[in-house]
Design a protein around this ligand. Sequence first.
Ligand code: NAD
Ligand code: G6P
Ligand code: MN
Length: 432
Amino acid sequence: SIKIVTIGGGSSYTPELMEGFIKRYKELPISEIWLVDIEDGKEKLEIVGELAQRMWDATPYPVRVITTLNRREALKDADFVTTQFRVGLLDARIKDERIPLLHGMLGQETNGAGGMFKAFRTIPVMKEIVQDMKELCPEAWLINFTNPSGIITEAVIKHFGWKKCIGLCNVPVISMMNEPKVIGKQVGELNYQFAGLNHFHWHKVFDEEGKEVTGQLIDHINEKSGGTPANIYQAEFSLELLHSTNLLPCGYHRYYYLEKEMLEHSLEEFRKGGTRAEQMKAVEASLFEIYKNPDLNKKPEELQKRGGAYYSEAACECINAIYNNKGIHMVVSTQNNGAISCLNSDSVVEVSCLISAKGATPMAWGDMGSFEKGQLQVMKAMEECTISAALSGDYGMALQAFTINPLIQKGGEAKQVLNELLVAHEKYLPQF
Ligand code: NAD
Ligand code: G6P
Ligand code: MN
């Protein structure tokens, strides 16, 4: 019998996770799912916890959902710990997005200044979680979904020494689900190879005969195929640029290749209806109204409005592949181990891996072109500076992270954004 613990259990994504486990119950015989949250998330935890139990009660499976604010009680003897918490909830994300935008810089959950501050808030909490795990469930796997997923996973593996950690994201999942139909293929008929960092990876694709179809997919990349998460505005990529790289970028590359267009669009949205975080706060409120309905016992369609749709396809399948030693292909964040030759071996990267009882084994990608290599090395350095600042609370290191981040305008105003964010999030930044 398997004990799952989900930290940040009050998230509106929890029904998604339940659906994924229910679908796989025959292979993955869970007995208990502990949903852990904090005082600020208590109400959400109760509502979503009750829905989660109703979802299981509608199946023949005897799974118990336990909600608690006591993390240590929950972690005792856990087999798999999944993390999906947000320090400061959506109100903190609103600040991450608004403050940079007010200075004409991109405000986004995982990119630019906002993404770095999400890491600053999350890393101290993650450190405590890993300390508890060392004591209470030393054999458990930590499946991290908390953003910025790649950065948090690197902190856990490299700095807190928890090797049994895998970082997840739904972006590769939704590409692999939606791209085949664009060129008249079915899901599963194409072979994928991904490499890069979380929210900064590229992929290439081959058909059943091994013929590369990346170029064909590039031709269709600006069509609305559903292959890009709902939260990313689909500004048009330059086909000349993509054909010349012969790689499919991820949706988040738009912030870097089309920085001006993306910034203009977020400023426009900001003036019209508020930042994405403000819009999501309204979506979340309406989701919880739906969850309260005592007759509801499945995941409601409305959850698909969130960018994280299909996240359980990654989380539950990864746990299943570890538990059943499946050796299947999945794209996850794990230590590089030579898969990407231009990055250090111990750096966390998001790459095509085989997932088995041993965890994730990255598949070799080989050499990157100069274009990709230059960006990757800058982005990895930015991630390293971010982690270093998050661990030490060193102001100069935070400035280094800001200065190397391609989405922050260099100069005095960058420092102003940093200072304002430090004040706005003071409560969640004990290290600074
Ligand atoms: P949310 O604001 O609902 O937060 C989830 C829960 O975490 C809340 O109930 C909150 O009270 C709780 N929480 C906060 N601090 C905590 C702590 N110290 N310990 C335990 N619980 C705590 O967030 P959400 O919008 O549902 O997103 C959840 C997380 O998943 C975020 O970190 C988000 O970035 C991430 N996410 C990741 C992906 C991905 O692709 N990896 C996709 C979507 C969302
Ligand atoms: C995307 C990403 C997540 C991201 C989220 C935002 O698909 O993979 O990492 O943070 O969805 O979604 P939201 O609906 O909260 O803006
Ligand atoms: Mn993601």
